[in-house]
Design a protein around this ligand. Structure first.
Ligand code: DQA
Length: 149
């Protein structure tokens, strides 16, 4: 069975309570459950990791290849905007990474407009709340089906 890794960065553990006017009321557990349900339908196993620590996310990205993940769906949260370490980890691995954001970072504060990871990911999906993750998952499902065909 193909496996994917869903990585959630800092403060995403607070989803549901955190700035609900921006991030909505859906919790991280809700998002993960939605992903598991859709992935299962498609015959894909999904693993999850949330961390507030940059190095933990870097380690998880580095280990993604040896752990056999076909794709990583990554919401690097605030690290998106300044973590060269996370960018370099993505560039160092061959596993394709899809960047997701709940909010549309391009219509928020100026400092959120720039993503240092965008140049090294497959693509970015932002602004659809939990559906940003679900859209990324649909891309994964289609790409894996194409690879098998
Ligand atoms: C976020 C957007 C980031 O700018 C912010 O720091 C986050 C969440 C999003 O999902 O919309 O923590 O990645």
């Amino acid at each position: 069975m193909e496996k994917i890794l869903v990585l959630h960065g800092p403060n995403l553990n607070l989803l549901g309570k955190r700035e609900p006017e921006i991030y909505g009321r859906t919790t991280l557990a809700d998002i993960n459950a939605m992903i598991v349900a859709r992935a299962k339908e498609a015959g894909i196993e999904a693993d999850f990791l949330q961390s507030n620590h940059e190095g933990v996310l870097v380690d998880a990205l580095q280990e993604a290849t040896e752990k056999g993940y076909a794709f990583v769906i990554l919401n690097a949260a605030a690290f998106t905007h300044y973590s060269i370490a996370i960018r370099d980890a993505i560039a160092a691995i061959s596993v394709p990474v899809i960047e997701v954001h709940l909010s549309n970072i391009h219509r928020r504060e100026e400092f959120r407009h720039h993503s240092v990871i965008s140049p090294v990911v497959m693509g970015q999906i932002a602004g659809f709340g939990a559906d940003s993750y679900m859209a990324a998952l649909e891309v994964v499902i289609r790409r894996l089906a194409e690879a098998k065909a």
